[in-house]
Design a protein around this ligand. Structure first.
Ligand code: NAD
Ligand code: TYD
Length: 384
C-alpha cells in the first residue's frame, strides 16, 4: 500500500514532538541534577562520626540511603568512641579514617582518593565547660579544621559542604521573655569560647560561599539528646550518676532553659538539607521543647525511682546562657521538616537506652573505650 506523504505529516509531526519532548526532558534532568541532590547515589564524608550526633547520622543515612557510601573521618578525641560504629564497620558502603580535620595533607589525600560528593562536618570540640577551661583546642578544631575541610572542597570540587552548627551562636534569651525565639537572621552574639568558635566557623563558611562560590549550607540546632551521647552532657551525666546513687550536680538554681530535640529528628533535618536545600541557606532546627534543667533532672529521678535528695546545687557555670529557643518555621516551610519525637517519649527511650547499654557508658567512665581502637585496629592497615 502506497503511503501518501501528506497523510503521514501528522504522525511525523508527533514523532518530532516526541523527540523534542524527550530532548526537553533530558535538559530538565540535567538542570535538576545541578541543584538537587535527591535520587543521586552519593559518597558522603561525615566528620566527627564517632561522636554522639555524627554516629546517629551515619546510622540514619545508611538505613535511609543504603546505596550511598559513607566515609567517616574522626580523630577519636576523648569524645570519639569507635566501638559505637562497630555495627557498620564491615559494611561495604562504609569506610573509616582516623584523621584529624586540621591535618591538611591527610585531608587532601582522603579527598583525592575518595572524591566525595558531600561533606557534613560534625567534628568539633563540643562541651561548653571544657571550652571555659581551655579555649585553644576549640579554636583550632572548630575554626581551623573547618577551613581545612572547605579548602579541600575547593581544591577537589564538591556538590555540597554542610556545616553542623548550633543555636548557641545566637547567645541567649532572657527567662522572662518566653515570646522571644532565635530566627535565622537573629544577630550572632556569643557567650562562651565554644559558641564563639562555632560562630566563627559559620562566618567562615558564608565567606567561602561568597568569595569562592563554595556550595554550602549551615544548620543551627538546639540541644540534642538520645543514644550515644557522651556522659559529660546534662542528660547522660544525670542518668549515669543517678544509677550509681551519686550526687546530681545542678548548676546554680537549675532554672536555665534548653530547647531539647531528639537526635534522630536532627539527623532527618540534616538529611533533608543536604539533599534539597539551596546553596548558601542557613536553617534553624528545634522542636519547641523548652525545659528548665532542674525539671529534667527531677524527671530522670522519677523515671529511675531515685530521691530528689541526690540533687546538689553547685556553683554556676561562668557566663551561663539563660535560655535557648529556636523558631524552626523556615525549615518547615522550605523542606517540610517537623520533629517527630515528643520529649515525653524521647526521654523515656533515651533513659531506657542507657539502661540497656550500660557497657557503652561504663567503658567511657572507666576509660576502657580509649583502648578500643588499639585492641581492634592496632595491627590493621591504616587507610591514610
Ligand atoms: P561530640 O563531642 O559527641 O563528637 C565530636 C566528634 O568529633 C568526636 O567523635 C571527636 O572524636 C571528633 N573530633 C573532635 N575533634 C576532631 C578533629 N580535630 N578531627 C577529627 N575529629 C574530631 O559532639 P556532638 O554532640 O556529636 O556534636 C556534633 C556537632 O554538632 C558539633 O559540631 C556540635 O557543635 C554540633 N551541635 C551539637 C549539639 C548537641 O546538643 N550535642 C547541638 C547543636 C549542634
Ligand atoms: P550541656 O549538656 O553541657 O549543654 P549546653 O551547655 O551546650 O546547653 O548543659 C545543658 C544545661 O545543663 C546547661 O544549662 C548547663 C546545665 N548543666 C548542669 O546543670 N549540670 C551539669 O553537670 C551539666 C553538664 C550541665
Amino acid at each position: 500500500m502506497a503511503i501518501n506523504f501528506y497523510d503521514s505529516i501528522p504522525s511525523l509531526f508527533l514523532l518530532w514532538l516526541k523527540k523534542k519532548q524527550y530532548r526537553i526532558k533530558i535538559k530538565i534532568t540535567v538542570h535538576v541534577a545541578d541543584f538537587n541532590n535527591e535520587d543521586i547515589i552519593m559518597k558522603i564524608i561525615v566528620t566527627g562520626g564517632a561522636g554522639f550526633i555524627g554516629s546517629n547520622f551515619i546510622f540514619y543515612e545508611m538505613k535511609a540511603h543504603p546505596e550511598d557510601t559513607i566515609i567517616c573521618i574522626d580523630s577519636l578525641t576523648y569524645a570519639g568512641n569507635l566501638s559505637t560504629l562497630e555495627p557498620v564497620m564491615k559494611n561495604d558502603h562504609f569506610r573509616f579514617y582516623r584523621t584529624d580535620i586540621r591535618d591538611r595533607d591527610a585531608i587532601y589525600r582522603i579527598f583525592e582518593d575518595e572524591k566525595p560528593d558531600i561533606v557534613v562536618n560534625f567534628a568539633a570540640e563540643s562541651h561548653v565547660d571544657r571550652s571555659i577551661e581551655n579555649p585553644t583546642i576549640f579554636l583550632e578544631t572548630n575554626i581551623i579544621g573547618t577551613s581545612v575541610l572547605m579548602d579541600a572542597c575547593r581544591k577537589y570540587g564538591i556538590r555540597r559542604y554542610h556545616q553542623v552548627s548550633t543555636d548557641e551562636v545566637y547567645g541567649d534569651l532572657p527567662l522572662d521573655r518566653p515570646d522571644l525565639f532565635f530566627h535565622e537572621d537573629t544577630p550572632i552574639h556569643t557567650s562562651s569560647p565554644y559558641s564563639t568558635s562555632k560562630a566563627s566557623a559559620d562566618l567562615l563558611v558564608m565567606a567561602y560561599h561568597r568569595t569562592y562560590g563554595l556550595p554550602v549550607t549551615i544548620s543551627r540546632c538546639s540541644n540534642n539528646y538520645g543514644p550515644y551521647q557522651f556522659p559529660e552532657k546534662l542528660i547522660p551525666l544525670m542518668i549515669a550518676n543517678a544509677l550509681a546513687d551519686k550526687p546530681l550536680p545542678v548548676y546554680g538554681e537549675g532554672k536555665n532553659v534548653r530547647d531539647w530535640l531528639y537526635v534522630e529528628d536532627h539527623c532527618k533535618a540534616i538529611d533533608l538539607i543536604i539533599r534539597k536545600a539551596g546553596d548558601g541557606e542557613t536553617y534553624n532546627i528545634g522542636g519547641h521543647n523548652e525545659m528548665a534543667n532542674i525539671d529534667i533532672v527531677k524527671l530522670i529521678c522519677d523515671y529511675l525511682d531515685k530521691p530528689y535528695s541526690l540533687i546538689k546545687h553547685v556553683e554556676d557555670r561562668k557566663g551561663h546562657d539563660q535560655r535557648y529557643a529556636i523558631d524552626p518555621t523556615k525549615i518547615h516551610n522550605d523542606l517540610g521538616w517537623l520533629p517527630e519525637t515528643k520529649f515525653a517519649d524521647g526521654i523515656k527511650k533515651t533513659i531506657q537506652w542507657y539502661l540497656d547499654n550500660k557497657k557503652w557508658w561504663e567503658d567511657i567512665i572507666s576509660g576502657d573505650y580509649m583502648n578500643y581502637y588499639e585492641k581492634m585496629y592496632g595491627n590493621r592497615k591504616v587507610l591514610s
